[in-house]
Design a protein around this ligand. Structure first.
Ligand code: SAM
Length: 251
């Protein structure tokens, strides 16, 4: 539209009051941390811990070491297996209010046999941004070096402590086509290897991965009877991942 000098100035139209600008939504960063070797903290993970408005930790004292190491001055709050249901909504509120929130656990990838699932679900339910900063995960680290088939795997976390339940689990998965990945503590590793030999037989190929990425890392792959003897012949201190190959697999 062109206007000449003689044209009357148009009356201003009533401008409706602008709605308040929406608060830019923040994001939840799911940050994997080392499972024993600090050299495995990725530059992206360090940056996320440094720049987040809030770092949600499984145990704030455990994560303090890592936060200090990267020079993070972010606020911290805790989210662990006993309070995750209660705090998940509040963490999502923070993200919705525009904050960048980094979620870490004591070691490894959050939400994998660790707190995190309820928080990510709550954020997803609300349509908030959830972005992973990937890094170590003991199950995948063990699988990658095991020599067992990795095209199909079943991660089951920790088994129930009761002997009957563990035997029933092994029976159920006797013919499973996938490599089965189980987390185990040093207190039960001897019993569990016994159970594998008894239920699946000494020739079933398994892998025991202990203290991954640490000084005393030891990984044994072979028939269950031999692996059991090797593991029990050394130190059984530390953390374990046990993998069971499908029936009939030969190393
Ligand atoms: N979210 C973690 C991850 O991504 O690895 C797993 C946490 S779960 C509470 C802890 C268990 O993971 C340990 O009991 C052990 O079975 C396994 N684990 C963790 N670090 C390990 C390591 N360095 N070597 C072997 N197993 C490990």
């Amino acid at each position: 539209m062109s206007m000449s000098q003689t044209d009357p100035v148009p009356a201003p139209e009533a401008v409706p009051e602008a709605p308040p600008a929406p608060v830019p939504a923040g994001k939840l960063l799911v940050v994997a941390t080392p499972i024993g070797n600090l050299g495995d903290l990725s530059p992206r993970a360090a940056e996320a811990l440094k720049t987040a408005d809030v770092v949600i930790c499984e145990d704030t004292r455990t994560s303090r070491f890592l936060l200090d190491r990267v020079g993070s001055r972010s606020a911290v709050a805790s989210c662990h297996e006993h309070n995750e249901g209660e705090v998940a909504g509040r963490i999502a509120d923070l993200v919705a209010s525009g904050k960048t929130v980094a979620l870490v656990t004591d070691a490894g990838t959050p939400a994998i046999s660790d707190p995190g699932f309820r928080v990510t679900r709550e954020c997803r339910k609300r349509g908030l941004t959830v972005s992973p900063i990937p890094g170590p995960c003991s199950a995948v680290v063990a699988l990658s070096a095991s020599g067992l088939p990795s095209d199909c795997f079943l991660f089951v976390g920790f088994l129930a402590p009761k002997t009957n339940a563990r035997r029933a689990f092994l029976e159920k998965h006797r013919e499973t086509e996938a490599t089965v990945i189980i987390l185990e503590s040093c207190h039960r590793i001897d019993k569990f290897l016994d159970e594998i030999v008894e239920v699946l037989g000494p020739d079933r190929v398994i892998c025991s991965a202990r203290e991954l990425t640490k000084l005393h890392e030891s990984i044994h792959t072979g028939p269950a009877g031999e692996v059991r003897a090797k593991v029990m012949g050394g130190s059984v201190k530390g953390e374990f991942v046990v993998l069971i190959a499908k029936a009939g697999f030969v190393l």
